[in-house]
Design a binder for this molecule. Sequence first.
Ligand code: FES
Length: 168
Amino acid sequence: MSKHRVSRRQFLSYTLTGVGGFMAAGMLMPMVRFAIDPVLKAKTGGDYIATPLKVADITTEPTRVDYTYEQVDAWYKSDVTETAWVYKDEQDNIVALSPVCKHLGCTVAFATDEAHPDQFFCPCHNGRYTKDGTNVKGTPPMAPLDVYPFQEKDGYLYLGKAEPRKEA
Ligand code: FES
């Protein structure tokens, strides 16, 4: 028989320490992950996401472009679909506008108001924006539509995160 017998007190002490440590790790891991998550996200913040739109197909008529990407939030993955209104201006520059109304966040669309077929229209409170995204005075929105930074890769349009328009 071994001389190193474990007493009942020692056995309980080891067992409780092990179980306690396991439980503490289970509680601390999500907290640590939550704390460092913003740091991890910052590395991918500048990502551009592929759209199905070929740059060569962009015309002067604003076109709705929907694109989907996988969003990972801690352990939860989901598909997110975003929308942009894309066209080329008179100088042949690409313009990509957010559809989120700057009044209360409804979704705007181009040429859906018969009285103003050359503008973006928000049906929630009759907000309007000119084709370049400028809010029309006298309607509820107080700021222009956000713009997407963009890149061209392999002939396709890639969009970044929409941001407020910088005034020239
Ligand atoms: S939310 Fe667009 S006009 Fe109010």
